[in-house]
Each structure stands twice: as C-alpha cells, then as structure tokens.
Design a protein around this ligand. Sequence first.
Ligand SMILES: NC(=O)c1ccc[n+]([C@@H]2O[C@H](COP(=O)([O-])OP(=O)(O)OC[C@H]3O[C@@H](n4cnc5c(N)ncnc54)[C@H](O)[C@@H]3O)[C@@H](O)[C@H]2O)c1
Length: 452
Amino acid sequence: MKSVPFTRRQALLRGAALSFPTIVPASVFGQNAPSKQITMAVIGWGMMGPGNTAKFLSEPDCRVLAACDIDQQNLGKAVNTINGAYKNKDCKAYHDYREVMARKDIDTVMLALPDNWHALTSIEAAAQGKDIYGEKPLARTLREQQAIVAAVKKHGRIWQTGSWQRSEDNFRIGAEIVRNGLIGKLTRVEVGLPAGHNDFAKTGDKRSVTPAPAHLDYEMWIGPAAMQDYIECRVHKNWRWDYNIGGGQLLDWIGHHGDIAHWGMGMDESGPLEVRPMQVDMPSRSEIWNTATRYRAEASYDGDITMVIAGGHADIAMGTKWIGTEGWVYVNRGGTYDCSNPKLKQIIKKREGERVVEAAKAPKLGDDLIKNRLYQSPGHHRNFLDCVKSRQPTVTPVETAHRSATPGHLALISFLVNRPIRWDPKTQEILDDAQASALMGRDYRGPWKLPA
Ligand SMILES: NC(=O)c1ccc[n+]([C@@H]2O[C@H](COP(=O)([O-])OP(=O)(O)OC[C@H]3O[C@@H](n4cnc5c(N)ncnc54)[C@H](O)[C@@H]3O)[C@@H](O)[C@H]2O)c1
C-alpha cells in the first residue's frame, strides 16, 4: 500500500493536519515503556469514534497519542477532545492512516471508519504490528473479511470487534442458558434488526450533486469503492444506506443481534449451510439511498436449526430470541431479558425504574442452573486492553466477527441473486453458484488493492 501516491490536495491537507503539535517521545509510552501504558491512535471521528475514544481515555493504562481523519473538521474535534481530556497538547493529528500506523511507539489502533475502509486499514494495522479495536461488520464484503482474518492471524495481533453486546450481562446470560441446554434442543433463532433508512447526519433534503467541502478529502473517503458524485446525504453517517460504501440496516446490525445469536448457538467458528431470501424491499441501485428497507431471510444450520433474520417484520422482535424444544430466551438492548422458564427468569431481576443485572452483583447467581459459563468480559474496551497485555483472545476476536457477519452477507447476496444459496462453513465458499460467488468480493478502484 505504500506505493499509493498522495495527491496534492492530500499533501496540503496533511500539512495542515500536522500543524497540531506533538511532544511525546517514543520512549515515554509503548508496551515496553516502564509505565506499561498501552498507546493508541484513533482513526475515524464520526458517530462511533468519539464514544470508543471516551472509553479508552477513561482507562488509566491507555494513552491516546494520535488521531486520524480525512475530514479536517472531524480531525480538529478529535484532537481537541483528546487534548482536553489529558489537559495537554500532545495528541498528534494525521490525515493518512498509513503514516500513523507506521509509528513504532503506537501499540494499538481504534478504527471507526465506513465499511469500505475496514479491510485496508485493518490489514495495514496488522502488518504494522498494531493490536486492533475495529468496528462491525468486519468488512463490506466476505472476501475482505477473509483477508482481515488472515492478516490478523498471520501477524499474531489481538483484535476486539465493536460488537459490545457481548460485554453486557443480559446478552451473555441469554447465550449461556441456550448453551447449557436449558431450553432443550435449539430449533429456531430469531434475529430482529431495524428496517428503513435514517438521516443520521441530519442532512435534510441535501440530495443534489455539489462539490465536496474543502475540509473533506472526498477522493480518499471513497477509497477503494467506486467513485461517485458527492451528494451530502450519502456521505458522513448516512453512507450505510448506499451499497457502494455500506450494507444497509442488515449489515449495520448483523454484528450485534446476529453476533449474539451465534454466541448462543456455539457458531463462533462456523456458519449456515444454506440461506434463503424470503422477502426484500430493495430500492433501485440508482437511488441515493439504495439499501434494502424491509427484508427477511432464513438460514439453515447444522442440527436442524433455522435462523430467521428480519427487518421490518412485526412477528420478529428487535433483538435475539432462541427457541428450543423446552422453552425460549429473548434478549435486547437496555438490559431487556425474558425467558419462558420462571426459575431461569430469576437470574436477571428487574428493579423499579432501571434494569439491574443481578448476576453482575452476585456472579454465582444461577450457578446451580448454568454449569458452563461463557466468556465474562469486564467491559468491552477494558477487555481489549486486558487482552493486549495478556495476549489472550478478546470476547469478540476477529474470527468471531467474521462468522457473526457472514449470515448477513449471505442474506444480502441471496437477495441480489434472488435464490437460495448454499454455503460451506469450512471452505467458506458459496457452492455451485458462480454469480453469487462473484458477489463475495468486488473490484477495487485503483490504485487501491486488497492484499492477497
Ligand atoms: N458498535 C456500535 O454500536 C456502532 C455504532 C455506530 C457505528 N458503528 C460502526 O462504526 C464505523 C463507523 O461508523 P460511523 O457511523 O461512526 O461513521 P461516520 O461516517 O460517522 O464516521 C466515519 C469517520 O471516518 C472518517 N474517514 C473515512 N475514511 C477515512 C480514512 N480513510 N481515513 C481516516 N478517516 C476516514 C470520516 O471522515 C468520518 O469522520 C462503522 O463500521 C459502523 O458500523 C458501530
């Protein structure tokens, strides 16, 4: 990737960005420094970057030394926030992720970038020996996901995915109940996701073609995706409604409720055998927001288990529901937890005005029923830092992220070819369908190349 030349505009923007001061010598931080502080660069300061960074800023053994964004306004906000938190001016600003990743004194990176950038940035970070906190879904395409998994494994990096629901007690206990056979034999899993589109960036009706604003390096923002006109309402935050960059509600959320579903199913290193398109409302590809608005797919797993993945279908509630021969468990955000078995229901109690996970206060609660506990994370960002030190896997390592997003990718491909597709979870290939297989990857816009 080093061969990709900077444009004059990038160089100018970079020069401007680098005017932020830095005075941190490499020896002060880094894993080998006496302070044992974990040093970090944060890359991408839009909707998710600030929240992730706030968590890392609050951890005393983490030091954020650098911020990178190709939007000068967002980059300025990042640097001001980080310097404000530390009450100094040490955070260095970068325009090009390759420059910050080349820094030897930086141990880790937090990546919160649009999906079109996940693969190249993750692979570069792994090659530069960084441990990575990266967002879901793992990447825009299955081929990119496979390349990220290979790079992270090859370079022996620690990876945490932003599928933070695994660090919440209600989701973990729901999965534990299923894994301990307490709802009998699992037969059906319902994964309820959002539908439609949201104007997250509050761009209103800014749907006309205009020049990109001077503070944004739009050429770099498009990166390896196909070049298209700048239209404000499909760039920051709203890119997820455009298949050129993102994957719609389906892929935005499969790494949350689909991830939890897989945890309960014990599918972290496997996947479906077949995925069938059941219903899809798909705008024309020429629409500015062209991702599926309402959708439903079914996936068959080993052991006669059917997963329903749906957005906008009233019979499938938002969240994850596992149904077995002897009962069911349902979990969702906000501590939501319900279970058909009254005794199991006691494991998580609801208090007036707030939901309190009793098991968090009394970890042994439910031990008479739940013999085999799952990975208990102390908090998603804390878990990443702990694992950077211990070199043990996080609660959502890279293979898990890949496998969790796979049913979403396959569902989307099945919608596009409009027929069931068969999948081999071992070889990770679509079987006997060349047209569907071709949709596992896509051409990169030069000079960007997905490393083999
Ligand atoms: N875990 C969660 O709950 C959660 C919630 C929201 C978003 N996300 C994920 O976070 C990621 C980012 O989403 P978002 O909504 O924050 O996007 P966003 O558009 O709000 O922000 C992305 C930022 O990245 C910058 N950027 C784009 N390309 C870049 C590049 N090559 N180098 C440096 N900076 C670049 C943009 O300028 C922008 O500031 C996505 O993967 C999304 O799915 C996760």
